[in-house]
Ligand binder design. Structure first.
Ligand code: 13P
Ligand code: SF4
Length: 363
């Protein structure tokens, strides 16, 4: 079979899936709403009723009336939608394999053990505010709810940590050390007072003295996508584009964020580049689907948008939500057979809601 024939068949299959999604969506009407995270591939993203970063989508999930919330994102996002929506609503993840490797880096068993270990050095419940990035399991959010802590996203981490310090003198930040470090740095905390807690080592690999001196304990977790960005990529690009601007997501390493002209959430990145003057040049350090779509959107204004790494690093779990999964999910809803319903059990749901509500109250 020729390449042209294969390409033709591929386009035909894609068009058929697109039509199936539109037909099923129309049949469901207001009963279903599709939420699409900015990292979703274009063929899925275009069908979403609401697009946003994690905070915007959490808010939407709390406010929507639809019977079905179809979450085109990853598992922890669908959990948040279930926790914040009403009991009769159903949160649905089109592919159950769409997890987040960073969220998996802090298990509840490891966190409970860390809290116990810390009790040998200080009184965690009066000295430490646990703050978890929204990229975490519902169990970890519930832990934060039980221990006077809260949740943050990439767009409010600094403000939420500030809230944490008004409750207790220190914070324990899970699971993304980079977001925690960058946010602490923005609050003026020296790097030396933000040691990394390694869950594999006794007392996190720290001395009692280091724990006592810490302002923020940073859980040893990271995003495998954003760790690909390196200061060298920025240096090389700036040599070629002396007038260009660099923008990065705060999940990138501290050295990368420090070199960037601007740092912020996925939505902040989109808004900043879209609002920039025509003809401007941008190097963007976040997931490739967002960067490619943005480059396409602003091309007509003469803006150039380049991906920060020479390697194609995409979030493979976000990419698991494909048009076929979305079509099947919607068609099954039309047929009265909801699949891949994400349900967070009690008491985890109530305790996690406490932590999430503390965040929403501060945002
Ligand atoms: P945002 O909250 O900026 O959308 O980020 C979510 C995420 O998973 C980034 O990797
Ligand atoms: Fe998780 Fe990183 Fe993917 Fe975001 S980009 S969902 S942090 S693995």
């Amino acid at each position: 079979m020729s390449v042209e024939t294969l390409q033709f068949q591929g386009r035909k299959a894609a068009a058929e899936l697109d039509t199936r999604i539109r037909v099923a969506k129309a049949a469901l009407g207001k009963r279903a709403v599709i939420l699409g995270h900015h990292y979703q591939r274009e063929e899925v993203y275009r069908h979403a009723d609401f697009h946003g970063d994690s905070l915007q989508l959490s808010r939407a999930a709390a406010e929507l009336d639809a019977e079905f919330i179809v979450f085109c994102g990853v598992h922890f996002m669908a959990e948040v939608a279930d926790i914040l929506s009403r009991p009769e609503q159903k949160s649905i993840l089109p592919d159950l394999q769409a997890g987040c490797s960073m969220a998996d880096m802090a298990s509840i068993a490891q966190v409970e053990r860390a809290w116990q270990d810390l009790a040998e050095v200080l009184d965690p419940d009066s000295e430490l505010t646990p703050v978890t990035y929204v990229n975490s399991s519902a169990e970890l959010k519930a832990f934060c709810g039980r221990h006077g802590g809260t949740v943050c996203t990439s767009s409010n981490a600094r403000r939420i940590l500030d809230w944490g310090f008004r409750q207790r003198p220190k914070a324990f930040f899970f699971p993304d050390q980079h977001l925690g470090r960058w946010s602490g740095h923005q609050l003026g905390i020296p790097l030396a007072q933000m040691p990394v807690w390694d869950p594999e080592l006794p007392l996190g690999g720290l001395t009692p003295e280091e724990v006592r001196n810490a302002r923020i304990l940073l859980w040893k977790g990271h995003c495998s996508v954003h760790q690909m960005f390196q200061p060298l990529h920025i240096e090389r690009w700036r040599e070629q584009h002396p007038q260009g601007k660099v923008i990065a997501h705060p999940e990138a390493a501290f050295e990368v964020c420090s070199m960037a002209d601007a740092v912020g959430s996925t939505d902040f990145i989109l808004k900043t580049v879209k609002a920039a003057e025509p003809g401007s040049e941008w190097l963007v350090g976040t997931e490739i689907n967002l960067v490619s779509r943005l480059a396409e959107e602003v091309r007509a204004e003469g803006k150039t948008v380049e991906f920060m790494s020479p390697m194609v690093c995409m979030c493979s779990t976000m990419f698991r939500i494909d048009p076929e999964q979305l079509a099947i999910t919607l068609e099954e809803l039309v047929a009265g057979r909801p699949r891949n319903v994400i349900r967070v059990e009690e008491p985890t749901a109530t305790q996690a809601r406490v932590a999430l509500q503390r965040m929403l109250d501060q945002s």
